[in-house]
Design a protein. Structure first.
Ligand code: AMP
Length: 114
């Protein structure tokens, strides 16, 4: 039994707003957006963070980055620019221990967000 909130979202047990999905990942709107566009790209496979995923399946990490670019296009922020962030561990202030990439845009980002 997985006690991970993002695993539960992927399983459809917790509601979310999905803006993109493919074989590797889903992309959902962040529940507490830090920018006009704030989407989380979440792999279906459970990895605690980028370090773990890159060691186990580096090709997946590349496909997740590509998914971020696809999300940015669909959200209409690709041309003006956007930010992709992943927080790792305690010093990275990671709050959900399932790898996710924040896609932030729709405003000029001047400081750390997400
Ligand atoms: P991090 O601090 O990098 O681990 O980011 C976790 C993100 O998940 C935060 O931006 C939260 O707002 C977001 N979050 C937590 N629970 C949910 C949820 N149920 N649906 C959407 N986003 C969520």
């Amino acid at each position: 039994m997985c006690d991970c909130i993002f695993c539960k979202i992927i399983a459809g047990e917790i509601p979310s707003t999905i803006v993109y999905e493919d074989a590797d990942c889903i992309a959902i709107r962040d529940i507490n957006p830090q920018a006009p566009t704030h989407v989380l790209v979440i792999p279906r496979a459970h990895y605690a963070n980028l370090t773990e995923a890159a060691a186990a399946d580096p090709a997946l990490v590349g496909r997740l980055m590509r998914a971020c670019t696809e999300v940015a296009k669909r959200e209409g922020v690709s041309e003006d620019g956007y930010r992709v962030v992943t927080n790792i561990g305690v010093n990275g202030a990671q709050s959900v221990q399932h790898l996710h990439l924040h896609v932030l845009g729709g405003v000029k980002l001047t400081e750390r967000m997400a």
